[in-house]
Design a protein around this ligand. Structure first.
Ligand code: RIB
Ligand code: CA
Length: 334
């Protein structure tokens, strides 16, 4: 019997999701059972196509399942998403020197168009089937809006007992990006996030912006990747360059000329828990009011919260430990 960790990724592939998928495919410690896709950074056609691009680039046969194209209910109320352009939750309205819009994620990743095809089954049904047939040994790593996982839990609540753990990228303790109070993945589908947080899954770990912004990649990291020189390393260097330009334009970071690779930190945590710092067990709920705090992750730091703790929340990260892991994995792939 293999002692690899069984993992399912659920991604709105985008540039940082792409690196999360790469790590899960490249790690000898992970048995990646499949990737489900969700709308988020981009529409579902793009997030699915981008996922296939990554899988193909790594010459992997990981199956890809298309999931939900829209949030559970949030988009039914136009005012909740009124102020934002596109799907990203962030206004992309600055131009670079070539006159192109500066963006965290372009529609298509800078990799060849995919040759492999998505699976015929819907991602949510595949998640349910796979989890129900499992021995309770699968880790879910969602790195986009939690629509697919929320839907799966609504359709078949018994999967909650089957999931070993969920490590999700999303939320903020004191750091936000979509609105003054919310992080994008949670803001994009607050109801789904609340369903996940109150599902009763044994272990849920939230990797919020407070942690990911402490684990940024720099121009030195980009240069190291370019020096490796393989098509994979160059593709990641290009992604990094795009992200650093976008973060400098829209969300300048404490560490100058740097950018987070949020989603990849979740996979890194599975491989090496020391990569996250200051992980606290808390009560976390999601605001779904449609008001100023819509999509906020409300972390109860009181000594005696009204409701039981349901989530580990990472408030810090070890930047160098993380960047070393990512770059070494990319270097090893030929
Ligand atoms: O807020 C950052 C998150 O939103 C990342 O997962 C990014 O890929 C987008 O989904
Ligand atoms: Ca993502």
């Amino acid at each position: 019997m293999s002692d690899k960790m069984k993992v399912i990724l659920d991604c709105d592939t985008g540039s940082d999701d792409a690196v999360a998928i790469m790590m899960a495919i490249l790690s000898p410690k992970i048995d990646l059972l499949g990737v489900t896709t969700v709308a988020g950074n981009k529409e579902i056609n793009f997030t699915t196509d981008n996922t296939l691009r990554v899988v193909d680039m790594l010459r992997s046969d990981t199956p890809v399942y298309r999931g939900c194209a829209t949030s559970m209910v949030a988009k039914l109320l136009p005012n909740r998403h009124g102020d934002y352009t596109g799907m990203t939750g962030v206004k992309a309205d600055k131009l670079d020197e070539k006159g192109e819009v500066i963006s965290y994620h372009h529609d298509c990743l800078p990799m060849p168009a995919p040759v492999s095809r998505e699976q015929p089954e819907h991602g949510v049904w595949w998640l349910i089937d796979t989890l129900m047939k499992s021995e309770g040994d699968i880790t879910l790593i969602p790195t986009g809006p939690l629509t697919n996982i929320g839907m799966a839990l609504r359709l078949e609540p018994r999967i909650a007992e089957k999931i070993k753990q969920i490590i999700f990228m999303g939320g903020g303790f004191k750091v936000f990006n979509a609105t003054a109070a919310s992080e994008f993945n949670i803001w994009a589908d607050p109801e789904a996030a609340q369903i996940v947080l109150t599902s009763g899954v044994r272990t849920i770990t939230m990797v919020p912006l407070d942690a990911t912004h402490q684990a940024n990649f720099t121009r030195e990291d980009e240069a190291e990747l370019r020096k490796i020189g393989t098509p994979l390393a160059i593709a990641v260097a290009d992604l990094l360059d795009e992200r650093i330009v976008a973060y400098n334009a829209y969300q300048p970071q404490d560490l100058p000329d740097s950018a987070p690779l949020h989603d990849a930190l979740c996979v890194a945590y599975l491989l090496d828990p020391e990569v996250l710092r200051d992980v606290r067990h808390m009560r976390v709920d999601v605001d779904m009011s449609g008001g100023f705090a819509d999509g906020q992750t409300i972390c109860d730091t009181r000594a005696y919260p009204d409701r039981p703790e349901n989530c580990y929340v990472a408030l810090g990260a070890d930047r160098l430990r993380f960047s070393r892991m990512v770059i070494d994995m990319i270097r090893a792939f030929r």
